[in-house]
Write a protein that binds this ligand. Structure first.
Ligand code: FES
Length: 217
């Protein structure tokens, strides 16, 4: 799909948020992904033209960060954290089950274009390991069966809610939100750390354990 004049206008709007045009590159690339499902060569050219960099420089940024995709992502992106805490507690088993069920490997998409699966790094959600994401919304404390149920629903087009509240909207919609476009969902999830997340801090305070010299108060 070709990028439109309206995409160009939105990219130019993003640039206005920053003192230097090149500083806008990261959200711009997310906006390109929201339109094309990946960072397309056309998107790289357009971003380069707008911020005054060479296409090679933009491609250098796009190829550095794993959140930028060089081939189209499916309707839904599923990330399975396989870093040690999640991997040991079930992340590896979840990834293997999904990979077998769907017949695809890491960073691959089902033939119907609905699901992409990816082995991802720590999402700072280790409290609820094994943690996964659907379109970058958290799915905490997952099991193989729970993730299979999530994937079944996504493939049937049924609604799926993050364990933290918001209903998942699809990869492209999430990319648009990451680019800073208001999706109206900012208040739809929990923004507060819960007792489980704060457990370590609570214990440290109870036992007067200092984090730094002079701490522990
Ligand atoms: S190790 Fe999986 S979220 Fe941290």
């Amino acid at each position: 799909m070709a990028l439109t004049e309206s995409t160009r206008a939105e990219l130019e709007e993003i640039v206005k948020r920053y003192p230097q045009p090149r500083s806008a590159l990261n959200p711009m690339l997310h906006l390109v992904q929201s339109e094309e499902g990946y960072v397309s060569p056309e998107g790289i050219e357009l971003c380069a033209e707008i911020v005054g960099l060479s296409p090679a420089e933009v491609a250098g940024v796009a190829s550095f960060y794993t959140m930028y995709k060089r081939r189209p992502v499916g309707q839904h992106h599923i990330g399975v954290c396989v870093n040690p805490q999640c991997g040991i507690l079930g992340g590896e088993a979840i990834f293997d089950a999904l990979s077998n069920d769907l017949g695809i490997g890491n960073d691959e998409t089902t033939e119907d274009g609905k699901i992409t699966i990816e082995r991802i790094e720590c999402q700072a959600a280790c409290t609820y390991a094994p943690s996964t994401t659907v379109d970058w919304e958290f799915m905490d404390d997952m099991t193989v069966d729970k993730m299979r149920d999530v994937v079944d629903k996504l493939r049937k087009g049924e609604p799926v809610k993050s364990t933290r509240g918001p209903e998942v909207q699809g990869f492209r919609a999430s990319e648009r939100a990451i680019a800073g476009m208001d999706d109206g969902l900012a208040e739809s999830g929990s923004n507060n750390a819960d007792a489980v997340m704060l457990r370590g801090l609570t214990v440290a305070k109870e036992q007067g354990m200092p984090a730094v010299d002079g701490g522990g108060k």
